[in-house]
Design a protein around this ligand. Structure first.
Ligand code: FAD
Length: 436
């Protein structure tokens, strides 16, 4: 009698059942399936760049997303196993215990995830299946090889114009059942009242997508997206996209449907334009590997900045001499979210006014953002620090002008108490010598 084949599905940034082609493959190739998510914080333990643990809003968003995924899998007779450990060790254990013959995942642009995947290849006799779904396009549909990825966004945008992205596949209605071996099931979390409007999970991500396109907000997106605050001023898809609760192809396809049924205008195009920025940074991360995190960036030019512990703490805690920056950092700490404008302002301040090594800012965002995405985060930081995909030098935002333009009545600053604890950049003693 033929032995039943067992597969392992490694969930990463694809916490969903809709448009999950890698998960769909499992039903064609294995009789039994083990669904695993690994919470791997090993990369944080070195406290490189002063990183602390992942923030409470990010952890909560992730747990809510896992809870929702677990519910959705259960409805198909499956169950989600969540392991908190180093990923290679955790997955190796599951493969050995279950005697699996195949492992599946969605393709990742993350350097760390790809290293784990390469390490698992030590298992002989195990077949590996990895399918693109975190991006609009696939390696095969891009009109250039990865090594020829354009060095600027504008060239990339022009090169992909007219290329069709694969249509999203419908939500799965069947999955192979789990094997009978007992694994601890994931304990569900109840969503707690949060400081932000974000609640993790595929259900909430799809609800936000449909809610956003149900009114006429998309018609004026280009005029509103730059605002420093306001829920409806931009789409707010990023946390669900980053965790893969929402598929970017689903977003693009819903946008096209909206344009067909309503009116396509410059604003609706601009939503796609912003998704192309995300797309560019995904391929940029894959191409540049560990250089995404290097001080000299892809331009291989070391900036004239350094690390100043006191300045960094003031930036993180919102006690710099700059009220607008403080308000932004206070919002980020409390909610895990910051508008694109706010991110640009605080990043420019860190690099220019504080003369800090940009990687400390990027690493802080990594732990703080509910929408942390390795490619978009480190790619945008490189861009602002002048070592990335920007043909120009680093970007320096004039903080007074930004305040006049984006918060003229100081409502945002007052709301986030940006004026509350203004401190000088460096402490000095009575003789004006730096302290600490
Ligand atoms: P919208 O303005 O409605 O845009 C729609 C979608 O397009 C977004 O959800 C996002 O997926 C994409 N997008 C928009 N702008 C960008 C951009 N500049 N780069 C890449 N994708 C973009 N975005 C993340 O998703 N994760 C990050 O970790 C992240 N870190 C950033 C760090 C810095 C220093 C800066 C300047 C920007 C960063 N961004 C990041 C990009 C951007 O700020 C957020 O995607 C955006 O603010 C999310 O809000 P939204 O969904 O309402 O965006």
């Amino acid at each position: 009698m033929k032995r039943r084949s067992t597969g392992v599905f490694w969930f990463t940034h694809d916490l969903r059942l809709h448009d999950n082609p890698a998960l769909m493959q499992t039903k064609l190739l294995v009789d039994e399936l083990i669904c695993v998510y690994v919470m791997d914080y090993a990369w944080q333990s070195s406290s490189l760049y002063q990183q602390a643990n992942v923030s409470a809003p990010s952890r909560r968003f992730l747990l809510e997303s896992l809870s929702d995924l677990s519910n959705n899998l259960q409805a198909l007779g499956q169950r989600l196993i969540v392991l908190e450990s180093e990923a290679t060790a955790a997955l190796s254990g599951v493969i050995l215990e279950s005697n699996a013959s195949a492992i599946f995942r969605s393709e990742s642009v993350g350097w760390y995830e790809n290293r784990v995947w390469a390490e698992l290849k030590k298992f002989k006799g195990l077949s590996f299946h990895s399918v693109d779904s975190h991006t609009l396009y696939t390696t095969n549909t891009l009109p250039f090889s990865l090594s020829d990825l354009p060095t600027t966004f504008t060239q990339f945008k022009d090169a992909v114009a007219g290329i069709e992205s694969p249509q999203p596949i419908p939500k799965l209605g069947y999955l192979p059942p789990p094997p009978s071996a007992e694994y601890p099931a994931f304990e569900k979390v109840e969503a707690k009242a949060a400081a932000s409007e974000y609640c993790g999970g595929e259900s909430r991500g799809l609800a936000q997508l449909h809610q956003y396109f149900s009114g006429d907000k998309a018609q004026s997106y280009k005029d509103t997206r730059n605002a420093i605050t306001g829920w409806d001023n931009s789409c707010k898809f990023s946390p669900w996209l980053a965790n893969g609760c929402l598929s970017v192809r689903e977003v693009a396809s819903t946008l096209s449907g909206y344009e067909r049924e309503n009116k396509a205008n410059e604003s609706t195009y601009w939503i796609f334009f912003e998704l192309l920025w995300r797309e560019y940074f995904q391929w940029y991360a894959l191409k540049n590997g560990a250089d995404l995190f290097s001080f000299a960036g892809i331009k291989k030019q070391k900036p004239l900045t350094s690390f100043y512990p006191e300045r960094f703490q003031k930036w993180v805690n919102g006690t710099t001499p700059y009220a607008l920056v403080n308000a932004c950092m206070n919002e980020l700490r409390a909610t895990g979210y910051l508008s694109n404008r706010g991110r640009q302002i605080v990043a420019s301040c860190l690099v220019n006014e504080l003369a800090m090594d940009w990687r400390y800012g990027a690493a802080y965002f990594e732990q703080a953002l509910v929408d942390y995405d390795v490619a978009s985060n480190w790619g945008n930081w490189q861009y602002l620090a002048g070592v990335g995909a920007d043909p120009r030098d680093k970007r320096h935002f004039d903080l007074d002008k930004q305040t006049q333009q984006f918060d003229p009545d100081r409502r945002y600053i007052n709301h986030w108490a940006g004026d509350n604890d203004l401190q000088s950049l460096d402490s000095v003693d009575a003789a004006d010598w730096p302290i600490g």
